[in-house]
Design a protein around this ligand. Sequence first.
Ligand code: MRU
Length: 367
Amino acid sequence: MKVNGKSYRTIWPTKTGRTVEIIDQTRFPHAFEIVELRSVADVARAIKTMQVRGAPLIGATAAYGVCFAMDADPSEQALDDACAALLATRPTAVNLRWALDVMRRAVLPLHPDLRSEKAWQVAARICDEDVAINMAIGMHGLEIIRRIAETKGPNAPVNVLTHCNAGWLATVDWGTATAPVYMAHDSGIPVHVWVDETRPRNQGAFLTAWELGHHGVPHTVIADNAGGHLMQHGEVDVVIVGTDRTTANGDVCNKIGTYLKALAARDCGVPFYVALPSPTIDFTISDGLVDIPIEERSGSEVSHITGRTGAGEVHTVEIVAAGSNVANPAFDVTPARLVTGLITERGIVEPTRAALAAAFPERVAGA
Ligand code: MRU
């Protein structure tokens, strides 16, 4: 997508072809900074500290971590060590494990002398495929928005509510939940996005609002608790969110607070769609509540907040009463029964085991 007229992906190889650059997402929305990654340790740190985040981008970045490992030492032991270190960075998004499996399967059968070159090729392919997947999700999701637009007056915007950042910053390009929005906007369908601020890390207010603004998409940032009220008053036509892991039977794990939006949507009769790239399906598990590891992050993300002062300085301040305990579960699970449909690269899929398996038979076999 474009930033100040220049096209960016969220990760790209540098001119040397032996390092990559990323956009440092810990600096948004106050600064746009590019950081170079040169080693497995750099990649692990970038994922852990959320310089890169979002399920698909975590996977793509980890793939480059394997490239660095193979450049330094193409032995099987080095591959094992790198994959273990990268897998330990964040627990919930299954794209991390998926990308490491793809990389391992591609390089391990080769002679060590050939592994590094192959790793760079496959990491680039993972990135290109992510872009293609998101564009396909965008095309299928666009039809949902178009159908809603047809039921409204010619100039009445379609109001989409989204949670967290499932935008291009969370992927290599386009985003998952935002791809239909960008395509609707670009094709002249009036669209407006309610952006949940997404406490505690504020991915909505800091990232989604930033990227929608740069693309010129009308949007309004709301407190996380406002969505139910807006749905009760007919202000939301459709909810579209992303996912960090979707089980074989269609349970969806996404940023904390997603479940509450799904409950409100069901109560208000608002369609609740999940944009789902196939690498985010975990066919090895069935019960999202039992089987998906939920990341517990530092309580300081709840007790402190970072913002810009009137003087333009960025400061972090404490906002919780001194001495109070804080807890910070970062994801929750929305059961399949609350999901209207999964917007995948192969079309809209029912959130059921049979429908997911029919849409992605090769993934079931390889799960
Ligand atoms: O903790 P984050 O910022 O990595 O969480 C991101 C999300 O929950 C996204 O909604 C999800 O990864 C889908 S991204 C296309």
